[in-house]
Structure formats: structure tokens, C-alpha cells
Design a binder for this molecule. Structure first.
Ligand code: NAD
Length: 256
């Protein structure tokens, strides 16, 4: 890693375990010398996040609860961050959820509840997080969200999550247009499929991984390290001219 992120502070939202893409991003930023603040969804994840963070090179002490379905939680979390560090340079939004039963079968069977839940956690959360992070980025900053090609075209079983990702990607563009005047850039990384807690919920995920190995231009699957390095680029000054972009890190699968 050649980019130095020393003296920069980033909020990492969405580490659940060592397979999380957020953890790939955290490791890459840690290696680049950044200060990190972690948020986790609820008590269930606290210990595993604390244990993981203890293995990093840097001393990242702030590990805060933040359930993005709660306006209060998000506000409290960013108030805490403001009180402790004053300013941040960016944040990684690596959060999504859909009920397992919505990630197989016919899209037309999607329930109203399932639709709203997936959109609430996986898409709207970016907007409320950006709203509360904005005052902490008075000197500018960079927000990076994670998306998937199922938000651009129909992928088997991705169903309601694909619709939520389309909404997330459009939110990236509207937020970029809105926050650009404050020097805040907003981009998304469209990652190839990676085996994680979330992706386990997508029915027949193994055949999706196989398809990439067989057909993607690079003939291999994406790694969390590749996504992590791209996130460091999007956080760094090297990408200062880029906002409102969805950058594919997917072994080139999207060109097919
Ligand atoms: P993951 O399960 O490790 O991460 C998802 C995170 O979302 C978890 O940490 C979970 O706690 C968090 N979350 C769920 N509900 C929440 C809530 N109410 N409040 C706060 N946090 C909540 O899985 P992942 O695959 O690393 O997912 C990270 C991001 O990457 C997601 O946006 C996902 O859609 C995206 N993505 C994943 C893949 C893949 O194949 N794994 C591909 C492209 C994009």
C-alpha cells in the first residue's frame, strides 16, 4: 500500500466478523496509518468487533453501537464521535439486510414488510448517516458505500436487495450532488460476490461465485483486500476529482 492516510480519521460501519467487507476496508486503512472508529449493529456484534479491532496495527479505541434503523442511535453515535474527535475525513457504509425468505424464489412474492426493511437498512441508512456525518466533515471528506451488480441488472435470487441497491446507488448520486459544495465526495464500490454473513442469505450463492470464476474477464473472484484497497483510493486525495461514481471491483464481470 503506497498511499499514506496518517492523521486521517474514518468511520467504519458494518464489521460483523472477519469475513465482512468492512473488515477488508478497515485492514487496508489501518495499514495505511489511518485512525479508525468502528460502529456495530447491536450487542450481538460488539465482542467480535472488539476482538478483531484489537488485532489491528493502530490503536483504534472508539467502537460504538449504531443501529441504522434508529434515528436516535445514528444521531447519538455521531454526537459521540464529534465529542471525541471533532472531525472525520470520511466513512465506509457497509450495511445491508434483507430477510432470507426474500432472497430466493419469485420477486413478485416480495412482502411489503420485507421490501421496506431491506430499503430502510440497506438504502435509507446512507442518507441519514450522511446527514449526521456532514457536520464532522467541515473541511471536506469522502463517503464510500458498497453495492452489487444486482442493483443494475437482474441477478438470480438477489430480488428485493437488487431494488434496494438501485435505490442506494441513486442515493449516492443525489448525495454527491448535494454534498459536493461542502467538499464531501460520495461514491460506491460495486463489489463482486464475496462469501460473507450477508451473502450467505442469497440462495445458491455458490453458483454465483462459480459463474465469476468461469466468465469474468479476470477469471477469479473478488477479494475483500481488493475492495479495501479501492476504498483507500476513494478516501484518499488521489481520487479528489471523483464523486457520484459507482466503481466496479468485480474482476470485470460487469462488462459482460
Ligand atoms: P456482512 O454481513 O459482513 O456485513 C453487513 C453488515 O450490515 C453487518 O455488519 C451487519 O451488522 C450490518 N447491519 C445489518 N443491519 C444493520 C442495522 N440495522 N444497523 C447497523 N448495521 C446493520 O456482509 P458484507 O457482505 O460484508 O456486506 C457489507 C456490504 O457489502 C453490504 O452493503 C453488502 O450488500 C455489500 N456487498 C456485498 C457483497 C458480497 O457478495 N458479500 C457484494 C457486493 C456488495
Amino acid at each position: 500500500m503506497s498511499i499514506s492516510m496518517k492523521d486521517k480519521t474514518y468511520v467504519i460501519m458494518g464489521v460483523a466478523n472477519k469475513r465482512s467487507i468492512a473488515w477488508g476496508i478497515a485492514r487496508a486503512l489501518d495499514e495505511a496509518g489511518a485512525n479508525l472508529i468502528f460502529t456495530y449493529a447491536g450487542e450481538r456484534f460488539e465482542k467480535s468487533v472488539r476482538d478483531l479491532v484489537a488485532t489491528l496495527e493502530g490503536n483504534h479505541e472508539q467502537i460504538l453501537p449504531c443501529d441504522v434503523t434508529s434515528d436516535e442511535d445514528v444521531e447519538k453515535c455521531f454526537n459521540n464521535i464529534k465529542e471525541s474527535v471533532g472531525k472525520i475525513d470520511g466513512l465506509a457504509h457497509c450495511i445491508a439486510f434483507a430477510k432470507t425468505e426474500e432472497l430466493s424464489g419469485d420477486f413478485s412474492d416480495t412482502s411489503r414488510d420485507g421490501f421496506l426493511l431491506a430499503h430502510n437498512i440497506s438504502s435509507y441508512s446512507l442518507t441519514i448517516v450522511a446527514k449526521h456525518a456532514k457536520p464532522l466533515m467541515a473541511e471536506g471528506g469522502s463517503i464510500v458505500a458498497l453495492t452489487y451488480i444486482g442493483g443494475e441488472r437482474v441477478m438470480p435470487n438477489y430480488n428485493v436487495m437488487g431494488v434496494a441497491k438501485a435505490s442506494l446507488e441513486m442515493s449516492v448520486r443525489y448525495l454527491a450532488a448535494d454534498l459536493g459544495k461542502h467538499g464531501i465526495r460520495v461514491n460506491a464500490i460495486s463489489s463482486g460476490p464475496i462469501r460473507t454473513l450477508s451473502s450467505k442469505g442469497v440462495s445458491d450463492f455458490n453458483s454465483i461465485l462459480r459463474e465469476i470464476e468461469e466468465k469474468a474477464p479476470l477469471r477469479r473472484n473478488t477479494t475483500p483486500e481488493e475492495v479495501g484497497d479501492t476504498a483507500v483510493f476513494l478516501f484518499s486525495n488521489m481520487s479528489r476529482g471523483i464523486t457520484g461514481e459507482v466503481l466496479h471491483v468485480d474482476s470485470g464481470y460487469h462488462v459482460l
